[in-house]
Design a protein around this ligand. Sequence first.
Ligand code: NAP
Length: 308
Amino acid sequence: MRYALRRLGLNAGLAHRIGGSGTAYGPGLGPGDVPESDAVVEILASAEPALLVGGFAVGKVPWRTGGTVRAADLRALPDDAEATGLDTFLTVLGHVGFAAWTGLVTVGAVRAGESVFVSGAAGGVGSRAVQFARARGARVVGSAGSAGSAGSAEKVALLTGTLGADAAFDHRAGEATELLRAAAPDGVDLCVDNVGGAQLEAPIEALRFRGRAVLCGAASRYGRERVRGPANYLRMIYQELTLRGFTVTEHEESRPAFEAEVGGWVREGRVRSLHTRLDGFGTVPEAFAGLLAGRHTGRTLVAVEGSR
Ligand SMILES: NC(=O)c1ccc[n+]([C@@H]2O[C@H](COP(=O)([O-])OP(=O)(O)OC[C@H]3O[C@@H](n4cnc5c(N)ncnc54)[C@H](OP(=O)(O)O)[C@@H]3O)[C@@H](O)[C@H]2O)c1
């Protein structure tokens, strides 16, 4: 399978592997090695019926303008990918977007008019979950925070401004249960939790009768030797609550429905991709340096047009 690179997505985690040992995300990188990233490519030559010449696909490829790759390492994009916007397949229609949609729609069964709480709402999954819940007609409260108070204010403003949340709070500003109660005084029907700990106990306290909490991640618990469940789990009994986890890779059959719904929202302008894009393959070093320096909003992408 021969391809031309069209969009390259950059990840800050790669910096940990340069000149060092490998991590869970790949081997260490030394002089002469070529890093790899997830990318949108255009198919130039193909013997695979699902990957048509002239069509687009996503996969992990080296930082080169093109090359060959095994068909099994690519996933074909819908026919209308270019009209939807190639950038979006590395952001809102990419892995974290699919995780947010799966948690909210497939697992959480969100309904219009419901009140939804999203923790880690300025993060990769959370920022998509907030937008998708709004697009489905729910009222949304998000939590965000940051070590620096200036960063926290920016993140909270992003939630109610750019992302359209109805209310938001800085989880470092006080006790999470009190902050959520103030932001959602009538309670919450559904929670999408990316953080765990106090930010999961808060919605368990706030969930209405038969409310649901979807466990997507537990960013505050990773790396701990001993992880305990929520201290207030007895409320699940009295309020008939459901806590349900999921792993997005087990939901691949829903991807066409996800791409159809979210692609529609993107085309209607109801959902935003949130990325910083630099143009031309020659901008890759500048783009990577800008990402590491924290100069970019959303995901950092490099566009390579007409690279056949
Ligand atoms: N279930 C699945 O299939 C699936 C798929 C993809 C991702 N995930 C999980 O979903 C979660 C979100 O993923 P993501 O890509 O959105 O990650 P992310 O962009 O790093 O967002 C995670 C957020 O958690 C918040 N957080 C709050 N307290 C924290 C603490 N003590 N330590 C670290 N972070 C803390 C941070 O937001 P503030 O700084 O604003 O507090 C951070 O932005 C992760 O746990 C990830 O492992 C699960």
